[in-house]
Design a protein around this ligand. Structure first.
Ligand code: ZN
Length: 314
């Protein structure tokens, strides 16, 4: 037996063993050698089964990946179609004419965010400004600086508006947001083009109603402007949270107002968790309650917080 095992390949040995062993399996009593042999066979069988299982898993995984890639592609061809439908690719900033079509609440996935410009300085915040509502943030840049798409998406509008945005884009994203990039000096992508997060779509400038080179950046959901600084940390180039829940019936002030300190975004303040912090401590320090903290941040009392996490404090 030993000779057979070492001189022939394992496979041949297994095949030979198989034909010899099969009737043994039905016997009630095994001799010692048979027990040892069937033990060996079992180990081989397990090994082969494991191999087959692994191969199947790898195959399933690659199929899953393929499906996912296809889904992503389709999502980019028709981003957030479940909200905007198929006929909302017009040239108006506001894509939804019937407010009843706006979902009462919607979770916006912010994880794919890339900062639209490299070096960040807010020139002017979102909110009321000389009796006019400023629907975005103004990010200082120099003329000719690269401007990037904030998420994967599809260009809905590429236009020029002499008295407003200058050369601008509106890009629709699969997460439901639309982002606007204004006052550009150059535009590199066409309307209808699919863009990737971080792709250079144009160069910064001061076209339109602008007093100096800057990027006017907006983030809208169903045409409703959200405070970009509530959603994104432009200095770090990261979203302030993974998911932002849009509420249709939130007070207008929820979206508006944006004066105050640099980390004050309208009604909210963004707090960076420090070592030794607990929800209780943070709540006390900011004259609020744990329940309120949890509500604002969509978490529970038992949610874990770690240093560096960002919490919205209202
Ligand atoms: Zn602006």
């Amino acid at each position: 037996m030993l000779v057979i095992f070492s001189s022939l390949g394992l496979k041949t040995a297994v095949a030979q063993e198989k034909s010899r062993i099969e009737p043994i399996e039905n016997k009630a009593i095994y001799s010692l050698t048979d027990t040892l042999k069937s033990g060996r066979l079992l180990a081989d069988k397990v090994e082969i089964l494991n191999l087959i299982r692994k191969e199947k898993e790898a195959r399933d995984e690659s199929i899953e990946e393929e499906i996912k890639a296809k889904e992503i592609e389709e999502n980019l061809e028709a981003p957030a179609e479940e909200i905007y439908g198929t006929c909302s690719w017009g040239q108006s900033i506001n894509p939804i004419y019937n407010p009843s079509l706006i979902p009462s609440s919607y979770d916006i996935d912010l994880t794919g965010f890339v900062a639209p410009i490299k070096f960040y300085r807010v020139n002017s915040k979102y909110g009321w400004r000389r009796r006019r509502m400023h629907h975005g943030v103004d990010l200082k840049l120099y003329t000719g600086e690269e401007v990037r798409a904030a998420f994967d998406g599809k260009v809905r509008i590429k236009r020029y508006n002499r008295r407003g945005y200058g050369y601008y884009y509106v890009i629709r994203h699969p997460n439901g947001l639309e982002t606007i990039y204004g006052h550009l000096s150059k535009q590199f992508v066409k309307a209808g083009e699919v863009v990737k997060a971080g792709q250079v779509i144009g160069l910064g400038g001061s076209t339109g109603r602008s007093s100096g080179p800057h990027l006017h950046f907006e983030a809208r959901f169903c045409g409703i402007p959200l405070n970009p600084q509530l959603l994104f940390d432009f200095a770090e180039g990261t979203p302030n949270m993974d998911t932002y829940t849009f509420h249709k019936y939130a007070k207008k002030s929820h979206y508006a107002k944006g004066s105050g300190k640099s980390n004050n975004v309208g009604h909210y303040t963004i707090y960076k968790v420090r070592r030794g912090d607990s929800l209780d401590k943070i709540a006390r320090r900011h004259h609020t309650t744990v329940a309120r903290l949890c509500q604002v941040n969509h978490m529970t009392k038992r949610s874990l917080i770690k240093p560096g996490d960002k919490l919205l404090i209202k």
